[in-house]
Design a protein around this ligand. Sequence first.
Ligand code: FAD
Length: 504
Amino acid sequence: MNEQGHTDRDAKPIQRIVIAGGGTAGWMVAALMSKTLGKSLDIKLVESDEIGTVGVGEATIPTLLTFHELLEINEQEFMAATQATFKLGIGFENWRNVNENYVHSFGTTGTDHWTAGFQHFWHKGRERNLAGDYGDYCLELKAALAGRFAHLPRTGMNYAFHLDATLYAKFLRKFSEGFGVQRVEGKIVQVKADADSGHIRSIKLDSGADIEGDLFIDCTGFRGLLIGETLKVPYQDWSHWLFNDSAVAAQTESVGEAVPYTRSIAHASGWQWRIPLQHRVGNGLVYSSRYIDDEQAKTTLMAHLQGQPLMQPRVLKFRPGQRHKTWHKNCVAIGLSSGFIEPLESTSIHLIQRGIIRLMRLFPVRGICQADVDEYNQQTLDEIEHIRDFVVLHYKVTNRTDSPYWNACRSMEVPASLQHRINLFRETGRVFRVPNELFAENSWIQVMLGQGITPKQHHQSADLMGDAELSRFLNGIKANIDRTVAQLPTHQAYFQQYCGAAKV
Ligand code: FAD
């Protein structure tokens, strides 16, 4: 029995799907849903050219490859169509302290022993003056810094993409229409809900058309037209942990070769992204309006651009947090309508993908079942809370003392789950991945070390190795990586021959 006294037996079979919104979220939903269930469903997507999309969101993480595998998308075609480049991680500049940098790469670092991760052996190596930087033992990280890339057949490289968000939506639109999705142009002016059940019945467009559906996917962006404005699902505000609530974005001409990683450059009251694509560079400054205003942010961004701007800087406002429920009644919110942490670790497109896959697994063909809805909501919340902790870590652990912004970040109280991880690593060097968590141990270690935590000790397993053996072990890994990196082509040369957009 649900809140209104209806039982799941009253549930209606789901046949007509209405996707409201055609940004990255809307078209990703349309693509996977139509490819998977398109033959049995009637899928409509409503979007408004006049309103447009958020127009940012161009850095991804390796899980996007899985999404493309599900869609059976050809990588070269996709990259050419979206002016994409390869991404091996994120370079964090000035985060630990001004002029101190590190990389969070997508690779694994060194080789673990079953009792203890590689970081314990590296820690012992540092104590004994036998080890280089932690990053010296990671192929993806070294290749990123060397500006090199190739698909490697045997050892592999873990990578993602930088892509043009507008072109990606277009690419997925073509794909989805090929699988029967009907696109409807128009502005949604009213959302009609059933007075008795509270379920959404239809959305009315400015043309007067009424689009009825059984299941509605809210992809209307920050506005959350269905889930928030209509169904009144509240929003959990996380701004006490994540101070940034604004961004100013600008695109520039490319200067020099595209590096295979996102640059994240910390400033006094926020951080700047630099995302190299084939045809241009995406830039932006993410900041907290508590510390600087929009004009100051624009000035800071413009002063740190490389290359001619291709547009006027555009300010975006957001509220870090998450909807209490992302599936309510017959409406599922996917994308920015469901919540937004902030862009730091490029997790938003990943969360869109996770939302669609989860919905496909719990798809209510015979009618909406409350147990499915509860399961969906719980899984979504668990997943995003781990990601939130990981992002908050970057702000909490810093040695910067040069501005009120960083002082406030350093001294804030963080979620207990994150504080525990920080304490555990600092005291013992240990890290454990929580089940179903996006970021694996190596991500946590790279960021915790990178932000300035040095563990006080290492596992005893590392002490069982004598100096000579440890040195051989560490040097062997490093030499292998250096050899491989030296043989790789430059990233620029590689993508130009592999998927140069001009070829298509
Ligand atoms: P939108 O792009 O806003 O799309 C909303 C859609 O709804 C549009 O088609 C719009 O026309 C339609 N719509 C709205 N109202 C109506 C209406 N009344 N009638 C009809 N249609 C309507 N994510 C990453 O993974 N990596 C990143 O690097 C990254 N960087 C980001 C940087 C910033 C500053 C911000 C703010 C976000 C970033 N994100 C990033 C998040 C990413 O941009 C989004 O997750 C992604 O673009 C999906 O957005 P969306 O489709 O939910 O919303």
